[in-house]
Design a protein around this ligand. Structure first.
Ligand code: FAS
Length: 389
């Protein structure tokens, strides 16, 4: 196994795999080390939409045809208020900037396939990953392989793409980073069910509480139900799930279906600044967590990977480290813009329904914001611009 490379990528999620594929296109040598096995990584179902900006990244690097083949354009969004449907045609409102509906696990599996078939070095089941010498000229990454042996890879740069619970961010001295975090005080009980997907991604505002239904492939839906942040899973029987979904979505005919996954997502946001320490660069969830509202988590991971791939190409091939120096500030501009959008959308769609959340005055403010979205072309275009990424 190679013991030296230019970039070690820690983590094979959307961030790590996007970066690894872009680096190969940039003729920058890299090795990817991933804690889990391939089937686990390819089976993890989360996001469902690649926004327009994300599709542009893969088009620019010549990967879009292979990655997005067969995936439909993400067009209409339905926002249903007390059962009343309102449709926003995002591409029409944003000069044709359409995203793609693609389940995250499909994107990840295709990224793995392209990377490995292209001869990429991707090491699964890498245990006890540790980063060393990040503030020196030649950092190292060690891990225990499936063979039980400890392997060491020397490199020029490390990309920490190992998510919120990974080892990369925690390898940085606490005083070297500022952490920003926010608890939205809302929980989402989410299920993945074999129920035909909605015609359009659906957000539902109701006095019974917020709910949503998103497509996750041709025969599955991801549902969200607003709940208390600390709600226990066993408080949600199947009967309560389907009753509440029919009530909040205003859809008495919603069919029930086998539930494959159920979890409570705590709506919280998190950002570290800078997204770099010495020769370590944090990418995606390793550097920031955003609520699923607005569907930007996976898209920010792809955006960060794009910025870092360009910067590493300049550093490795031209000795120009300016882009690396600007990496964190460049990414954080988009991160904070999306954090603001996600918070605005969360507030509007939750407070407009549930006066218990922030009081009747804030409910009327939220309803006024919603109303503007449906009556003002300028407000709708501003919304679509952010949805397009
Ligand atoms: P990931 O967490 O996806 O990947 C990190 C990888 O690193 C994993 O493969 C992990 O196994 C590996 N790893 C961890 N520790 C390691 C170690 N020590 N050594 C080596 N490898 C290690 N985003 C959206 O855009 N739209 C949505 O609708 C949406 N819905 C979501 C729903 C849910 C329930 C959840 C939980 C998230 C959702 N997200 C959504 C956000 C989500 O998709 C993330 O933003 C996205 O996975 C981020 O990708 P990565 O940064 O690659 O991190």
């Amino acid at each position: 196994m190679r013991i030296s490379t230019q970039v070690v990528v820690v983590g094979a999620g959307p961030a790590g795999l996007s970066l690894a594929n872009l680096l190969r296109r940039a003729d920058v040598d890299c090795v990817v080390v991933e804690r889990q096995g391939r089937s686990h990584v390819e089976g993890r179902q989360r996001a469902g939409v690649l926004d327009y900006a994300g599709t542009r990244v893969f088009e620019e690097w010549g990967l879009a045809d292979a990655l997005l083949a067969g995936m439909p354009a993400d067009r209409m969004l339905e926002i249903r208020v007390d059962g009343e449907p309102h449709f926003l045609d995002v591409p029409a409102l944003s000069d044709g900037r359409a995203g793609r509906i693609i389940p995250q696990q499909v994107l990840v599996a295709r990224l793995i396939d392209i990377f490995v078939k292209g001869g990429g070095d991707l090491r699964f089941d890498a245990d006890e990953v540790a980063l060393h010498g990040l503030d020196g000229a030649r950092p190292k990454v060690t891990y225990r392989g499936p063979d039980g042996a400890v392997h060491e890879i020397a490199c020029d740069y490390v990309a920490g793409c190992d998510g919120y619970h990974g080892v990369s961010r925690t390898s940085v001295p606490a005083e070297a980073m500022t952490v920003f975090s926010y608890d939205h005080g809302i929980g989402w009980f989410t299920v993945l069910a074999d129920v035909p997907p909605p015609r359009h991604p659906l957000l539902a505002v109701s006095s019974h509480g917020f709910a949503a239904q998103f497509p996750r492939g041709p025969a599955a839906s991801r549902f969200y139900l607003e709940c208390a942040p600390d709600e226990a899973l066993d408080e949600w029987s199947d009967e309560r799930i389907w009753t509440q979904l029919r009530l909040r979505l205003g859809d008495e005919a919603l069919p029930a279906g086998p539930i494959g996954e159920r979890t409570v997502v705590e709506m919280r946001s998190f950002v570290v600044d800078p997204m770099r320490y010495g020769r370590l660069f944090l990418v995606g969830d390793a550097a920031h967590i955003i609520t699923p509202m607005g569907g930007k988590g996976m898209n920010l991971a792809v955006a960060d990977a794009n910025v870092l791939a360009h910067a590493l190409r300049a550093a490795v091939h031209d000795g120009d480290e300016d882009r690396l120096a600007a990496y964190s500030a460049t990414c954080l501009r988009k991160v904070w813009s999306h954090q603001e959008f996600s918070r605005w959308l969360t507030e509007m769609t939750h407070e407009a329904g549930n006066a218990a959340l922030a009081g009747t005055f804030r409910r009327e403010l939220a309803r006024a914001r919603l109303g503007r979205l449906f009556t003002s072309d300028a407000a709708a275009r501003a919304f679509a611009d952010l949805m397009a990424g």
